[in-house]
Design a protein. Structure first.
Length: 493
């Protein structure tokens, strides 16, 4: 079966394997870009630039002087921890023990997490230098400069915030005294945004597989050690015959910790969906914090008794970063918390928690393999009252996983038999032009109603990338159609 992907578009801070020599934005011809549309131009900002979220009660000021840039949030009122919901990130990090690792200086620094999702929005929490280190767009919105790279759905921003969000000026070491600060599980980890979903969350045929293979091919250049893929397909095939499962196995074989969502289908689920049904990856089940303790929510999917979730993590009513004007923001007012945060529930949120935790473990113990990370998370998890068929080994425990001896382990499950890209015709041969990020600050990004107008990151130059040779053999497209994909965590409450 042959399927040729549409051109994708990409941005990155650093070099890419086999990329042509970098050139600065100033060296490019006027209007140059491989996508056929005028490319963004570097803009000089001498004074202040304002990032506004319409309808918000606060605003943020970014200043630039020369080549240095900073972003200072408006002052927030202090709040008491007991006044925050159990789904606030302040409480989530304590539910899994992450703050204890922060106090030891383990914050995810040096580890980048690829998030294959709906993109990210330029909001406080994802603005600091080095936070979003690269972005690529495989979605139907990639050809439009007003929608490319940007999260018009809200799902990707929410998960990126859980994984590695860090409010400007917040210090993880002082976070216990500042419940008002927003900090993700691994606040110093970087995000590589791989956009595949559009405003509605829809994914183009083959985009998920191509996105995973892009991560594999660009992992070394972008220091990617963790991949978050919180999606499920309706493929009826066993994982050994499934193209997406084959792709995540390629990522795992490359040494990347692949974290997936177990699903939101409840106890009556016939088993985990692809790619979580692949036994190599980490499948994360949902957990819910209550005043009486951590329980398994009714929507957590059940395994089939053979392939079950590996671990559980908080995923109910999680308050993470809001993408103003996104589909979630406009059509799900029940999720609104405040100008900064939005509430979402699902195994997607749970997977994001574990992706952040994986980044912490790799920061503290950089020599761990992905098989060891998976084993540590499972072997040190706290058992839950729900059966392992739904909750896996139990609730993840950051401190125990960090302190436990590294096991001697190597997974040897039967592998998927679906072939990947042909060796002499790789699916991705990116051509990068002036991929530079000036001060890693996003300026002048405004939301107007439900639309993005000129959603440009002043100080960042994003130029089209070309993708060639998307050849697939034995991939599971029936009648040239890809099995439907859905995001776990589409409940905004």
């Amino acid at each position: 079966m042959f399927n040729e992907m549409r051109p994708a578009f990409a941005f990155t801070r650093g070099a890419v394997t086999d990329a042509p020599p970098r050139v600065s934005a100033d060296e490019l011809p006027s209007g140059f870009g491989t996508s056929g549309t005028p490319s963004p131009r570097r803009r000089s900002i001498a004074a202040l630039a304002t990032v506004l979220a319409l309808g918000a009660t606060t605003f943020f000021i970014a200043s630039r002087s020369g080549d240095d840039s900073s972003f200072q949030p408006a002052a927030e009122p202090a709040v008491a921890a007991e006044d925050l919901s159990l789904g606030s990130m302040f409480h989530v990090v304590d539910q899994i023990g992450a703050r204890e690792l922060w106090n030891q200086g383990i914050t995810g620094a040096g580890v980048n997490v690829a998030v294959i999702d709906t993109g990210v929005a330029p909001v406080d929490g994802l603005l600091d230098e080095g936070k979003v280190v690269a972005a690529v767009d495989f979605s139907s919105e990639g050809a439009d400069p007003t929608t490319a790279f940007v999260d018009n759905n809200g799902h990707g921003t929410h998960l990126a915030g859980i994984i590695a969000g860090r409010e400007s000026g917040a210090d993880p070491a002082l976070s216990a005294q500042h419940p008002e600060w927003f900090l993700g599980v691994a606040p110093d980890a970087g995000i590589v945004s791989v956009k595949v979903g559009d405003r509605t969350g829809a994914v183009q045929p083959g985009a998920l597989v191509a996105a995973v293979d892009w991560v594999v091919q660009n992992a070394e250049a972008n220091d990617i050690r963790v991949l978050n893929l919180a999606v499920g397909t309706d493929s009826p095939l066993p994982y050994q015959q499934d193209a997406l499962a084959a792709a995540v196995e390629r990522a795992w074989a490359a040494g990347i910790v692949v974290v997936t969502a177990a699903g939101n289908e409840g106890i009556d689920a016939a088993g985990l969906a692809s790619p979580a049904n692949d036994p190599y990856v980490i499948a994360v089940a949902g957990a819910k914090a209550t005043d009486a303790g951590i329980i398994t929510p009714e929507w957590a999917s059940s395994g089939d008794g053979v392939r079950n979730p590996d671990v559980s993590a908080p995923g109910a009513h999680i308050e993470s970063l809001r993408a103003p004007g996104s589909d979630a923001d406009v059509n799900h007012p029940e999720g609104y918390v405040d100008a900064e945060t939005f509430k979402g529930s699902g195994a997607s949120q749970s997977a994001a928690v574990v992706s952040g935790l994986a980044a912490l473990l790799l920061d503290g113990r950089p020599d761990l393999t992905n098989d060891q990370v998976k084993a540590l998370l499972s072997e040190t998890a706290v058992p839950m009252s729900t059966s392992a068929q739904i909750a896996g080994a139990g609730l993840v425990d950051a401190v125990a996983a960090h302190q436990a001896a590294a096991p001697v382990v190597e997974q040897t499950w039967p592998r998927s038999t679906v072939a990947g890209p042909v060796a002499d015709a790789p699916i991705i041969v990116p051509t990068w032009y002036g991929a530079s990020w000036y001060g890693a600050s996003w300026y002048g990004a405004s939301w107007y109603g439900a639309s993005w107008y000129g959603a440009s990151w002043y100080g960042a130059s994003w130029y089209g990338a070309s993708w060639y040779g998307a050849s697939w053999y034995g991939a599971s497209w029936y009648g040239a159609s890809w099995y439907g994909a859905s995001w776990y965590g589409a409940s905004w409450y």
